[in-house]
Design a protein around this ligand. Sequence first.
Ligand SMILES: Cc1cc2nc3c(=O)[nH]c(=O)nc-3n(C[C@H](O)[C@H](O)[C@H](O)COP(=O)(O)OP(=O)(O)OC[C@H]3O[C@@H](n4cnc5c(N)ncnc54)[C@H](O)[C@@H]3O)c2cc1C
Length: 451
Amino acid sequence: MQQFAVIGGGISGLSHAYYIARKFPEAKITVFEPGSPGGNIATEIHDGVLLEPGPDSYLDRTGLFNSMVAELGLKDKLLFEDKRSAKRYVLKDGYLVSAPKSPLGLITTSLLFFPEKIRIFLAMGKKFSLWPTITLFDAARNILGFSAAEYLASPFARGVYGSEAEDLEFSSMFPDLFRKITESPKLKVALKQYAREKREFWQAELGDVTFEKGIYSFEGGLITWVNALRESLKARGIEIVCDKIARIGRDNDGRIILSSKAKSYPAVDRVVFTSGTADLSYVFREFDKELSRKVAELVYSPINVVYSCWNKKEFSAAGYGFLAPRKERAPILGTIFASNVFKGRAADDRFLTKTMISGDSELFKDAELGSLTEESLARIFKVRAKPLWNKVYRHSPGIPRYAPGYGEWKREIQAMVQKHEGVHFAGWAFSGIGLADQLESAYMYAKTLKA
Ligand SMILES: Cc1cc2nc3c(=O)[nH]c(=O)nc-3n(C[C@H](O)[C@H](O)[C@H](O)COP(=O)(O)OP(=O)(O)OC[C@H]3O[C@@H](n4cnc5c(N)ncnc54)[C@H](O)[C@@H]3O)c2cc1C
């Protein structure tokens, strides 16, 4: 019987435990988590309103999430994005402009000028040779043109990664797409093959799972999913131990020994680390000094979240929300109109916004972040309303930054980790930035495991 340890009870750690147990029902699996299981997922209720300080939705493009939800018996609690929130906006010259939702939308959007739309059309028939460290901004500019870099790549980078498009490595954000683009004779072929291969792979894996592509949450927020996962792990005999792992070593038989400051745990055959890189670096400080140093090099983008609750009579807006490109010089990254997206998040007479602000959280007081949000929204929407309250959350160190050089860094880490049999690194520092990346990487890890 194989023995596994999973370090970290965020969504990556819980999903790793889940898929390992599904593949090896007999395996002994222990998850270590010193805080609340869920990690960044930390739904809470404030003044009768549901708040998600971290992630608020899961974008399902493969069906993997929906199949897990069905297995967990959670379908009746699942919420799909409200159709009324379908429109996403980008700030351009101080105004909100509808963002394209599909390649066809690039033709109709007023974010791009007519000659740039022609350029995109022509680009589809061309071959592109991109260098591996090209930034997202330069990749978008080379392929789609300058306005697309400014008004599509930049807001996307800021909204999803909390970073500027100039500070992100395209090949690390979209490794499979990058490979396809550089290998294919035409961009059009690359995009088609990329979409087809992904679709076919997941269809073969999951069978006939029916689902709608889009964003999901649950009644009670994303923590409902975490709680169901915990219950399912418990039912399979998987223990979540409330402790922080501080050291890794080997016993005389070469098996992996993990210990916290207080105690040592029984040896395991395999360990999956899903903690952030500062914690990883600390755990490996004696076991492998070089790896410990290398892992600590990853840079993060600190991010602050400001929830504001408004009296709907004084301020509300339609759609999903908007993102602010760097060019607009707005102090905020963007705002989600949270009460529009999923039903029941706030009372009918309230309007709830979730605004993201980048930067070192220590520099600003809560009230300053609240004022920054109010002033920004007042300028964009030309309203004078004051919110009933603001609630501020700080994410520090923040979002792992896939900066130019990240791909090389990750390859070096993987080479070092390979020397340590049974050790695997996952979580958003290594597996991609979104919730979907964590689920997919957990699924793939279990798939590659041999009995
Ligand atoms: C503000 C914000 C909004 C976001 N919105 C979305 C969204 O809407 N949709 C989306 O798809 N993604 C979103 N994301 C990204 C999403 O949150 C991440 O993909 C996901 O939470 C990463 O999960 P994880 O398990 O890798 O890390 P974490 O959630 O950080 O979990 C790691 C866990 O490891 C534990 N740990 C650390 N050290 C140790 C140790 N030594 N021993 C044991 N345990 C340890 C920690 O306590 C923690 O619980 C958002 C992120 C942020 C910050």
